[in-house]
Design a binder for this molecule. Structure first.
Ligand SMILES: C[S@@+](CC[C@H](N)C(=O)[O-])C[C@H]1O[C@@H](n2cnc3c(N)ncnc32)[C@H](O)[C@@H]1O
Length: 360
Protein backbone atom coordinates (compact mmCIF):
# COMPACT_ATOMS: atom_id res chain seq x y z
CA UNK A 1 0.00 0.00 0.00
CA UNK A 2 2.73 2.42 1.08
CA UNK A 3 4.77 1.44 -1.94
CA UNK A 4 1.81 2.01 -4.30
CA UNK A 5 1.15 5.47 -2.84
CA UNK A 6 4.85 6.27 -3.03
CA UNK A 7 5.10 5.39 -6.70
CA UNK A 8 2.00 7.48 -7.47
CA UNK A 9 3.62 10.51 -5.86
CA UNK A 10 6.78 9.93 -7.86
CA UNK A 11 4.76 9.57 -11.07
CA UNK A 12 2.83 12.81 -10.32
CA UNK A 13 6.03 14.65 -9.56
CA UNK A 14 7.57 13.38 -12.80
CA UNK A 15 4.43 14.38 -14.74
CA UNK A 16 4.43 17.93 -13.46
CA UNK A 17 8.14 18.39 -14.06
CA UNK A 18 7.75 17.00 -17.61
CA UNK A 19 4.94 19.49 -18.20
CA UNK A 20 7.19 22.29 -16.93
CA UNK A 21 9.99 21.10 -19.16
CA UNK A 22 7.74 20.91 -22.23
CA UNK A 23 6.43 24.41 -21.72
CA UNK A 24 8.18 26.51 -19.04
CA UNK A 25 5.26 28.77 -18.20
CA UNK A 26 6.84 29.86 -14.92
CA UNK A 27 10.02 30.99 -16.63
CA UNK A 28 8.05 32.97 -19.19
CA UNK A 29 6.20 34.68 -16.36
CA UNK A 30 9.48 35.58 -14.65
CA UNK A 31 10.96 36.73 -17.94
CA UNK A 32 8.09 39.17 -18.37
CA UNK A 33 8.06 40.42 -14.80
CA UNK A 34 9.68 43.75 -15.60
CA UNK A 35 7.37 44.32 -18.59
CA UNK A 36 4.42 44.09 -16.20
CA UNK A 37 5.99 46.58 -13.78
CA UNK A 38 6.75 49.02 -16.56
CA UNK A 39 3.20 48.92 -17.95
CA UNK A 40 1.79 49.78 -14.53
CA UNK A 41 4.42 52.53 -13.98
CA UNK A 42 3.75 54.04 -17.42
CA UNK A 43 -0.04 54.14 -17.02
CA UNK A 44 0.48 55.83 -13.63
CA UNK A 45 3.04 58.27 -14.95
CA UNK A 46 0.86 59.31 -17.90
CA UNK A 47 -2.11 59.87 -15.57
CA UNK A 48 -4.42 57.20 -17.02
CA UNK A 49 -5.89 56.25 -13.62
CA UNK A 50 -6.28 59.88 -12.51
CA UNK A 51 -8.12 60.78 -15.72
CA UNK A 52 -10.47 57.79 -15.45
CA UNK A 53 -11.20 58.64 -11.81
CA UNK A 54 -12.14 62.22 -12.73
CA UNK A 55 -14.12 61.36 -15.87
CA UNK A 56 -17.88 60.97 -15.55
CA UNK A 57 -17.90 57.52 -17.17
CA UNK A 58 -15.73 55.11 -19.17
CA UNK A 59 -13.63 56.66 -21.95
CA UNK A 60 -12.50 55.48 -25.38
CA UNK A 61 -8.81 55.04 -26.02
CA UNK A 62 -8.81 57.95 -28.52
CA UNK A 63 -10.34 60.27 -25.89
CA UNK A 64 -7.77 59.17 -23.29
CA UNK A 65 -4.89 59.60 -25.78
CA UNK A 66 -6.10 63.08 -26.69
CA UNK A 67 -6.58 64.22 -23.10
CA UNK A 68 -3.16 62.88 -22.04
CA UNK A 69 -1.31 64.02 -25.18
CA UNK A 70 -0.09 60.60 -26.35
CA UNK A 71 -0.22 58.68 -29.62
CA UNK A 72 -3.51 56.86 -30.24
CA UNK A 73 -1.76 53.60 -31.17
CA UNK A 74 0.48 53.57 -28.09
CA UNK A 75 -2.36 54.40 -25.74
CA UNK A 76 -4.68 51.72 -27.10
CA UNK A 77 -2.06 49.04 -26.51
CA UNK A 78 -1.23 50.38 -23.06
CA UNK A 79 -4.92 50.34 -22.07
CA UNK A 80 -5.44 46.83 -23.39
CA UNK A 81 -2.40 45.61 -21.48
CA UNK A 82 -3.81 47.26 -18.33
CA UNK A 83 -7.06 45.35 -18.93
CA UNK A 84 -5.01 42.13 -19.17
CA UNK A 85 -3.38 43.03 -15.85
CA UNK A 86 -6.79 43.74 -14.25
CA UNK A 87 -5.82 47.35 -13.63
CA UNK A 88 -8.58 48.54 -15.98
CA UNK A 89 -11.97 47.21 -17.03
CA UNK A 90 -13.33 47.47 -20.56
CA UNK A 91 -16.85 47.65 -22.04
CA UNK A 92 -17.46 46.92 -25.70
CA UNK A 93 -20.01 49.35 -27.20
CA UNK A 94 -21.09 49.80 -30.82
CA UNK A 95 -18.63 52.75 -31.06
CA UNK A 96 -15.78 50.56 -29.77
CA UNK A 97 -13.98 49.85 -26.47
CA UNK A 98 -14.52 52.04 -23.38
CA UNK A 99 -12.13 51.82 -20.43
CA UNK A 100 -12.67 52.37 -16.69
CA UNK A 101 -10.62 51.94 -13.51
CA UNK A 102 -10.96 48.85 -11.37
CA UNK A 103 -11.52 49.32 -7.62
CA UNK A 104 -7.88 48.39 -7.07
CA UNK A 105 -6.56 51.15 -9.33
CA UNK A 106 -8.99 53.75 -7.95
CA UNK A 107 -7.80 53.01 -4.44
CA UNK A 108 -4.05 52.60 -4.96
CA UNK A 109 -2.97 53.99 -8.34
CA UNK A 110 -4.66 57.39 -8.41
CA UNK A 111 -2.70 60.33 -6.99
CA UNK A 112 -5.56 61.73 -4.93
CA UNK A 113 -6.49 58.56 -3.01
CA UNK A 114 -5.51 58.59 0.69
CA UNK A 115 -4.03 55.13 0.11
CA UNK A 116 -2.23 56.12 -3.09
CA UNK A 117 0.92 54.17 -3.97
CA UNK A 118 1.60 56.47 -6.92
CA UNK A 119 4.79 57.98 -5.45
CA UNK A 120 6.13 54.58 -4.46
CA UNK A 121 5.61 53.33 -8.02
CA UNK A 122 7.25 56.44 -9.46
CA UNK A 123 10.29 55.96 -7.21
CA UNK A 124 10.55 52.37 -8.45
CA UNK A 125 10.16 53.45 -12.06
CA UNK A 126 12.57 56.38 -12.03
CA UNK A 127 15.22 55.26 -9.54
CA UNK A 128 15.03 51.64 -8.39
CA UNK A 129 14.59 50.37 -11.96
CA UNK A 130 17.80 52.11 -13.04
CA UNK A 131 19.79 50.59 -10.15
CA UNK A 132 18.49 47.11 -11.02
CA UNK A 133 20.01 47.45 -14.46
CA UNK A 134 23.30 46.77 -12.61
CA UNK A 135 22.14 43.83 -10.49
CA UNK A 136 24.76 41.49 -11.98
CA UNK A 137 27.49 43.99 -11.09
CA UNK A 138 26.00 44.37 -7.60
CA UNK A 139 26.22 40.62 -7.04
CA UNK A 140 29.79 40.54 -8.43
CA UNK A 141 30.94 43.53 -6.36
CA UNK A 142 28.79 42.87 -3.26
CA UNK A 143 27.81 46.53 -3.10
CA UNK A 144 25.38 49.17 -4.29
CA UNK A 145 25.56 50.55 -7.79
CA UNK A 146 25.23 54.35 -7.50
CA UNK A 147 28.51 54.94 -9.30
CA UNK A 148 27.47 52.94 -12.35
CA UNK A 149 23.81 53.98 -12.37
CA UNK A 150 24.11 57.68 -11.56
CA UNK A 151 27.83 58.53 -11.67
CA UNK A 152 27.94 59.49 -7.97
CA UNK A 153 30.21 58.18 -5.22
CA UNK A 154 28.62 55.66 -2.88
CA UNK A 155 31.05 56.38 -0.05
CA UNK A 156 28.30 58.04 1.98
CA UNK A 157 25.08 56.10 1.36
CA UNK A 158 22.64 58.93 1.97
CA UNK A 159 24.79 61.44 0.04
CA UNK A 160 24.34 59.07 -2.91
CA UNK A 161 20.62 58.50 -2.27
CA UNK A 162 20.05 62.25 -1.86
CA UNK A 163 22.26 63.22 -4.82
CA UNK A 164 19.89 66.10 -5.57
CA UNK A 165 17.07 67.80 -3.70
CA UNK A 166 14.67 66.39 -6.30
CA UNK A 167 15.88 62.81 -5.66
CA UNK A 168 15.54 63.27 -1.91
CA UNK A 169 11.96 64.50 -2.25
CA UNK A 170 11.08 61.61 -4.59
CA UNK A 171 12.54 59.21 -2.01
CA UNK A 172 10.55 60.80 0.81
CA UNK A 173 7.25 60.65 -1.09
CA UNK A 174 8.02 57.13 -2.32
CA UNK A 175 8.80 55.72 1.12
CA UNK A 176 5.96 57.47 2.91
CA UNK A 177 3.27 55.87 0.71
CA UNK A 178 3.31 52.43 2.32
CA UNK A 179 2.36 53.66 5.80
CA UNK A 180 -1.21 54.44 4.68
CA UNK A 181 -1.53 50.67 4.14
CA UNK A 182 0.81 49.07 6.72
CA UNK A 183 1.36 51.85 9.30
CA UNK A 184 -1.51 50.99 11.61
CA UNK A 185 -0.53 47.29 11.68
CA UNK A 186 3.05 47.86 12.76
CA UNK A 187 2.27 50.63 15.24
CA UNK A 188 -0.56 48.55 16.72
CA UNK A 189 1.38 45.26 16.78
CA UNK A 190 2.30 45.93 20.44
CA UNK A 191 0.56 48.09 23.04
CA UNK A 192 2.80 51.15 22.92
CA UNK A 193 0.52 53.28 25.15
CA UNK A 194 2.94 53.17 28.14
CA UNK A 195 5.53 54.98 26.01
CA UNK A 196 4.70 58.67 25.76
CA UNK A 197 7.95 60.27 24.59
CA UNK A 198 8.78 58.63 21.30
CA UNK A 199 11.61 59.30 18.84
CA UNK A 200 11.22 58.08 15.28
CA UNK A 201 14.89 57.80 14.29
CA UNK A 202 15.21 58.29 10.55
CA UNK A 203 11.53 59.23 10.66
CA UNK A 204 11.74 60.78 7.17
CA UNK A 205 8.41 62.26 5.94
CA UNK A 206 6.54 61.27 9.10
CA UNK A 207 3.92 58.82 7.82
CA UNK A 208 4.57 56.45 10.70
CA UNK A 209 4.73 59.29 13.26
CA UNK A 210 1.25 60.35 12.13
CA UNK A 211 -0.07 56.80 12.61
CA UNK A 212 1.54 56.67 16.04
CA UNK A 213 -0.04 59.84 17.42
CA UNK A 214 -3.41 58.89 15.99
CA UNK A 215 -3.35 55.46 17.68
CA UNK A 216 -1.83 56.63 21.00
CA UNK A 217 -3.47 59.90 22.11
CA UNK A 218 -0.95 60.48 24.94
CA UNK A 219 2.14 60.17 22.79
CA UNK A 220 4.36 62.80 21.22
CA UNK A 221 6.67 61.76 18.41
CA UNK A 222 9.89 63.49 17.45
CA UNK A 223 11.09 62.89 13.91
CA UNK A 224 14.88 62.66 14.12
CA UNK A 225 16.51 62.85 10.71
CA UNK A 226 19.24 64.53 8.67
CA UNK A 227 18.72 68.35 8.60
CA UNK A 228 17.68 68.60 4.94
CA UNK A 229 15.16 65.79 5.36
CA UNK A 230 13.68 67.44 8.44
CA UNK A 231 13.33 70.73 6.53
CA UNK A 232 11.33 69.08 3.74
CA UNK A 233 9.25 67.03 6.20
CA UNK A 234 8.24 70.27 7.94
CA UNK A 235 7.54 72.14 4.72
CA UNK A 236 5.68 69.46 2.77
CA UNK A 237 4.51 66.57 4.90
CA UNK A 238 3.61 67.38 8.52
CA UNK A 239 1.02 70.14 9.02
CA UNK A 240 2.28 72.86 11.41
CA UNK A 241 -0.85 72.57 13.56
CA UNK A 242 0.17 69.00 14.39
CA UNK A 243 1.70 69.91 17.78
CA UNK A 244 2.32 66.31 18.86
CA UNK A 245 4.90 65.81 16.13
CA UNK A 246 8.17 67.66 16.66
CA UNK A 247 11.51 67.55 14.85
CA UNK A 248 15.15 67.01 15.65
CA UNK A 249 17.87 67.60 13.07
CA UNK A 250 20.83 65.32 13.52
CA UNK A 251 23.00 62.45 12.37
CA UNK A 252 22.18 59.43 14.51
CA UNK A 253 25.67 57.98 14.05
CA UNK A 254 27.54 61.17 14.98
CA UNK A 255 25.25 63.39 17.09
CA UNK A 256 23.68 62.77 20.49
CA UNK A 257 20.37 60.90 20.68
CA UNK A 258 18.07 62.46 23.32
CA UNK A 259 16.45 60.43 26.12
CA UNK A 260 13.04 58.92 25.34
CA UNK A 261 10.64 56.14 26.33
CA UNK A 262 10.61 54.52 22.92
CA UNK A 263 12.69 54.69 19.76
CA UNK A 264 11.17 53.61 16.47
CA UNK A 265 13.58 52.33 13.82
CA UNK A 266 11.49 51.73 10.71
CA UNK A 267 13.44 50.43 7.72
CA UNK A 268 16.65 51.76 9.27
CA UNK A 269 18.63 48.65 10.23
CA UNK A 270 18.02 47.06 6.81
CA UNK A 271 20.06 49.91 5.29
CA UNK A 272 23.20 49.02 7.23
CA UNK A 273 25.72 46.23 7.79
CA UNK A 274 25.79 44.54 11.22
CA UNK A 275 28.59 46.71 12.66
CA UNK A 276 26.70 49.95 11.97
CA UNK A 277 23.45 48.46 13.32
CA UNK A 278 25.30 47.49 16.49
CA UNK A 279 26.79 50.95 16.83
CA UNK A 280 23.35 52.58 16.49
CA UNK A 281 21.52 50.16 18.79
CA UNK A 282 24.17 50.50 21.52
CA UNK A 283 23.81 54.29 21.34
CA UNK A 284 20.02 54.01 21.57
CA UNK A 285 20.27 51.65 24.52
CA UNK A 286 22.41 54.18 26.35
CA UNK A 287 19.95 57.03 25.67
CA UNK A 288 16.81 54.99 26.44
CA UNK A 289 14.98 55.49 29.76
CA UNK A 290 15.01 52.38 31.98
CA UNK A 291 11.82 50.45 31.19
CA UNK A 292 11.77 52.05 27.76
CA UNK A 293 12.25 50.25 24.49
CA UNK A 294 13.03 50.13 20.81
CA UNK A 295 10.57 49.15 18.08
CA UNK A 296 12.06 47.74 14.89
CA UNK A 297 9.82 47.85 11.83
CA UNK A 298 11.17 45.70 9.03
CA UNK A 299 10.13 43.07 6.52
CA UNK A 300 11.24 39.72 7.98
CA UNK A 301 12.81 36.73 6.25
CA UNK A 302 11.85 33.23 7.38
CA UNK A 303 14.45 31.81 9.76
CA UNK A 304 15.71 29.43 7.03
CA UNK A 305 15.64 32.30 4.46
CA UNK A 306 13.44 30.28 2.08
CA UNK A 307 10.99 33.18 1.85
CA UNK A 308 8.87 35.20 1.77
CA UNK A 309 9.74 35.96 -1.86
CA UNK A 310 8.87 39.66 -1.47
CA UNK A 311 11.41 39.98 1.36
CA UNK A 312 14.02 38.07 -0.64
CA UNK A 313 13.47 40.55 -3.50
CA UNK A 314 13.80 43.49 -1.10
CA UNK A 315 17.02 42.05 0.22
CA UNK A 316 18.38 42.06 -3.34
CA UNK A 317 17.22 45.66 -3.52
CA UNK A 318 19.23 46.46 -0.41
CA UNK A 319 22.25 45.07 -2.26
CA UNK A 320 21.83 47.39 -5.26
CA UNK A 321 20.63 50.40 -3.28
CA UNK A 322 22.01 50.31 0.27
CA UNK A 323 24.67 48.78 2.54
CA UNK A 324 22.45 46.36 4.46
CA UNK A 325 20.10 43.45 3.87
CA UNK A 326 16.78 42.07 5.05
CA UNK A 327 17.17 39.83 8.09
CA UNK A 328 15.42 37.06 10.02
CA UNK A 329 13.78 37.61 13.44
CA UNK A 330 16.71 35.72 15.03
CA UNK A 331 19.24 38.02 13.35
CA UNK A 332 17.45 41.16 14.58
CA UNK A 333 17.04 39.65 18.05
CA UNK A 334 20.75 38.91 18.19
CA UNK A 335 21.60 42.52 17.30
CA UNK A 336 19.16 43.83 19.92
CA UNK A 337 20.43 41.47 22.63
CA UNK A 338 24.06 42.37 21.90
CA UNK A 339 23.15 46.05 22.42
CA UNK A 340 21.63 45.20 25.82
CA UNK A 341 17.91 45.00 24.98
CA UNK A 342 15.88 42.17 26.58
CA UNK A 343 12.33 40.71 26.54
CA UNK A 344 12.53 40.76 22.74
CA UNK A 345 9.18 40.02 21.10
CA UNK A 346 8.46 39.53 17.39
CA UNK A 347 5.03 40.20 15.87
CA UNK A 348 4.24 39.27 12.28
CA UNK A 349 1.43 41.43 10.92
CA UNK A 350 0.56 39.31 7.86
CA UNK A 351 1.40 42.29 5.66
CA UNK A 352 4.69 43.48 4.25
CA UNK A 353 6.17 44.96 7.44
CA UNK A 354 6.49 43.33 10.87
CA UNK A 355 7.43 44.62 14.30
CA UNK A 356 10.03 43.65 16.91
CA UNK A 357 10.03 45.20 20.37
CA UNK A 358 13.02 45.14 22.72
CA UNK A 359 13.03 46.54 26.28
CA UNK A 360 15.76 48.17 28.32
C1 LIG B 1 15.08 53.81 4.42
S1 LIG B 1 14.64 55.36 5.06
C2 LIG B 1 13.32 54.95 6.19
C3 LIG B 1 12.42 56.11 6.46
C4 LIG B 1 11.26 55.86 7.41
N1 LIG B 1 11.69 55.38 8.69
C5 LIG B 1 10.29 54.89 6.78
O1 LIG B 1 10.33 53.70 7.09
O2 LIG B 1 9.50 55.34 5.93
C6 LIG B 1 16.00 55.77 6.10
C7 LIG B 1 15.85 57.09 6.83
O3 LIG B 1 16.99 57.28 7.67
C8 LIG B 1 17.46 58.60 7.53
N2 LIG B 1 18.89 58.61 7.85
C9 LIG B 1 19.88 58.00 7.16
N3 LIG B 1 21.06 58.20 7.77
C10 LIG B 1 20.80 58.96 8.85
C11 LIG B 1 21.63 59.49 9.87
N4 LIG B 1 22.95 59.26 9.87
N5 LIG B 1 21.04 60.21 10.85
C12 LIG B 1 19.70 60.43 10.85
N6 LIG B 1 18.86 59.94 9.91
C13 LIG B 1 19.42 59.21 8.92
C14 LIG B 1 17.19 58.93 6.08
O4 LIG B 1 17.21 60.31 5.81
C15 LIG B 1 15.83 58.30 5.89
O5 LIG B 1 14.80 59.17 6.28
Amino acid sequence: MTKARGSLTVRRRKMSSTEDLDYPQLLFQYNNGFLVSKIMFTACELGVFDLLLESEGPLSSDAIAERLGTSASGMERLLDACVGLKLLGVEMKSEGAFYRNTELSNLYLTKSSPKSQYHNLMYYSKTVYLCWHYLTDAVRDGKNQYERAFGVSSKDLFEALYRSEEEMIKFMYGLNAIWSICGRDVIGAFDLSPFTIIYDLGGCAGGLAQECISLYPNSTVTIYDLPKVVQVAKERFVPPEERRITFHEGDFFKDPIPEADLYILARILHDWADDKCMQLLAKIHKACKPGGGVLLVETLLNEDKTGPLETQLYSMNMLVQAEGKERTPAEYSKLLAAAGFREIQVKKTGKLYDAILGRK
